[in-house]
Design a protein around this ligand. Sequence first.
Ligand SMILES: [Zn+2]
Length: 162
Amino acid sequence: MAALHGQQNTFFISSSVEQEMSKHMYHSLPQEACGVVLGEAAAGGIRISRFQPIRNVAPNPLHHFSLDEEEWIRCIFNEPQLIGIFHSHPQTSPVPSNQDLMALPAYAGLIKVYLIGTPALTSTSEPQMHLNGYEIQYKVADPSKANQQKRYDLQPAQLRMT
Ligand SMILES: [Zn+2]
């Protein structure tokens, strides 16, 4: 599943899954929404086939997200296709915040896909979402040193609606 060096992985997302994420995001406003995505490796990338909302239990849900631990743990044990997480940025662009990067080690060993959505104002009647996808990568800063802290990084991925 690892991409060749310098090659972007593609996330294939069915439009119905994208709509469910968008709906959940709008439903949760003004708070950040979050959830997990299920899927599997596919030719050229990762296919995302389901979205499951999870309660945001952050003390300040207007600006942060924190997956409800019980629901998250249930997903880890019951969903063999658990492949990523989604959350929304109601006020800012769909790029990882410093806080997001600092929280990565809590999830990163279990998932590959990191999605961030933002409400998009359009002239159409249907509410739209800007969605960015990132692949979680594991880096060892200096392999020669013992007791390395695990470092995770988010690499922009291509999103393709199917
Ligand atoms: Zn965030």
